[in-house]
Ligand binder design. Sequence first.
Ligand code: ZN
Length: 383
Amino acid sequence: MRIAAALALLLAPLLAGSEELVPTIPPGYVPGADDDEKGLWVEMEDYERRLQRSALRVRDSELNAYVHDVMCRVAQDYCADVRVYVMRNPQFNASMGPNGVSQVWTGLLLRVSSEDELAAVLGHELAHYTQLHSLERMRRISNAMSIGSFFDLGLAVLGVAVPVGQMTAVANATAFSRDNEREADLLGVKFMAEAGYDPNAAASVWRMIIEEEERAVVKRQKPGLFTMTHPASEERVANLEDYVANHLGDVGQERRVSNRHIDILELYYPMLMEDQIDTNRYGRTEAMLERHRELGVDDSLVNFFLGEMYRQRGEEGDMARAEQAYKLSTTGAFPLPAAHHQLGYVYMKRGENDAAKENFEKYLEMEPESDERAMIEFYLEDL
Ligand SMILES: [Zn+2]
């Protein structure tokens, strides 16, 4: 009895809170003309124009169509109020400003394992927008600095490398409160479930983040921006699981099974993975590649980038590991020409001329229009 009563007390705030889980602003919301909020919107519009022009903006139509579609499904009646920009940055991050302008970084696309997980993150960000958390945050920021300089620092719109210390300061100053985070978690999962996505995906995103950060701590690497502003914790995962089980338990049973995320991932894999490898965060990269293999990303792609990672890491024995991975990449269902290209260089350096020749020739046969044709033909003369 006593336990049951204590449990009821413990659950009461959660249940009471969740009954009020409704969006604060209606679809089509705009601030009043003499509201201070209006000024922030004008600044945000200026920032949005910079996003549109940014060299880091990914303009590929299929990738954009996919992200827009998931966002619109989750946003439903708010679809017309939000605009999403896919930005080339290998960190895990998504955000939505007070006027509905949002960003999805390519590092997020590399990390989520399904369309449902992407929907979970977008639902969370949408909730920050509909609950005016983003507005409150922007007010705080604008008291300290101009919005433009905030984004230069924190979001690296122009590709500026920001020192980690400065990034941490910005992240701390701009983090949402715990209550805001909790509300965004629960309303976000409600949005995605209503859109027909599996609400269990929300907890799995946070679990993935926790796992990656644990690996990173081992390697003494700094956490990414999103995890600085969104502390992932077991508590957070547990709260989400409770909420889904108690309020959305009847959904998530007969979900659409979509492989769309993996198809998109494969299509843009070279661009996404090259950026990740260039971070030199080998622990994270290796974990990511392992996960992609489990998810069913084509083996030739995974093996090729495993080879790239070893080559770049350059520890003892890594060249042999790279060679092995490139070789595997050439024997899959869809062998990558680039793997032959890399093997050609590996063997040429090692003085194994026959093997170098064979791989360079194979590469040119598969990529006759290659920019490197003249150079490789020059090498071939000496092999
Ligand atoms: Zn958040």
